[in-house]
Design a binder for this molecule. Structure first.
Ligand SMILES: [Zn+2]
Ligand SMILES: [Zn+2]
Length: 278
């Protein structure tokens, strides 16, 4: 499996010279099986989705965009995805089931007067559907979808496997209880443990530092050391810090990665444009 990291930032894009090495686009990761030339599965549609169009080099996107939840930073890229307007494009958008029509739900933020068009106006090749918790075959990948604690809207984490390697993607996830449990974050959530169990790479929310976390825990995100503890408990082999806080500079991210070196699992921070081969 290969991953093309297209957007790494949480909450809102972070343009500027302090952010050029890790990147300022919001959440988007393309997943390729070993024999895929073009990605067919994309996790989240933050502004990083625009970068994926460039990587496709003028080819149409044919595949599925799997949304973990509907916060702006995970959907803003949908209408700015030229590879999805190609006449040969076929784009299936899947979002967590929550008792409403998927397109109507997305259209609440993505329609006049908030935005000039409705989702269906993206093109005839687009369709929108809901996904239930559980195991699915999506674009040839085994995908496990589980609801995980975040804030303000149903949020899924995903485990994706091609049979040879596996990842867990928990872009937005915070501890349910602060101050107790094995690492001071409360007990690790059962769904997060199931998703992360034994994966090659845990891609996880790392919005805050440990020092920032006590005053920000209400936001539904994690501190950088949380995914390290989760990986250790769940037997995940490595961690990719993701959903970086918008003001977090390149130098600060370097320092965070350095501070976590020598821990129970290898830790890196997600950077745009990087291809990860598992
Ligand atoms: Zn987010
Ligand atoms: Zn969110």
């Amino acid at each position: 499996m290969r991953l093309l990291v297209c957007g790494v930032r949480g909450s809102t894009p972070a343009p500027g010279p302090e952010f050029v090495r890790y990147g300022g686009n919001t959440s988007c990761v393309a997943v390729l099986a070993d024999d895929d030339e073009l990605p067919r599965l994309v996790l989240d549609a933050g502004t990083g989705l625009g970068r994926l169009s460039k990587e496709l080099g003028g080819e149409a996107f044919v595949g599925t965009i799997l949304l973990g939840h509907l916060h702006w930073d995970h959907t803003h890229g949908l209408p700015f995805f030229p590879a999805g307007y190609h006449p040969d494009a076929k784009v299936q958008v899947l979002l967590p089931e929550q008792g409403e029509d998927a397109e109507e739900l997305l259209g609440r933020a993505f329609s006049p007067p908030h935005f000039p068009i409705w989702p269906r106006q993206l093109g005839v090749g687009w369709r929108f559907d809901s996904l239930k918790e559980g195991e699915h075959d999506i674009e040839g990948f085994d995908v496990l979808a589980r609801e995980i604690p975040h804030k303000g809207g149903r949020t899924f984490g995903y485990r994706v496997s091609d049979g040879a390697s596996s990842i867990a993607y928990l872009s937005d996830h915070g501890p349910v209880a602060y101050g107790a449990g094995p690492d001071g974050f409360g007990p690790y959530h059962e769904a997060a443990m199931a998703l992360a169990s034994g994966v090659d790479l845990l891609i996880h929310d790392a919005q805050h530092t440990a020092a920032e976390f006590p005053s920000r825990s209400f936001m539904g995100h994690s501190a950088v050391d949380y995914p390290v503890g989760l990986a250790k408990e769940a037997g995940a082999r490595s961690v990719l810090l993701f959903h970086h806080d918008p003001p977090r500079t390149d130098d600060e991210l370097d320092a965070i990665v350095e501070s976590l070196a020598g821990g129970p699992v290898p830790v890196t921070a997600a950077a745009e444009g990087v291809v990860i081969t598992l």
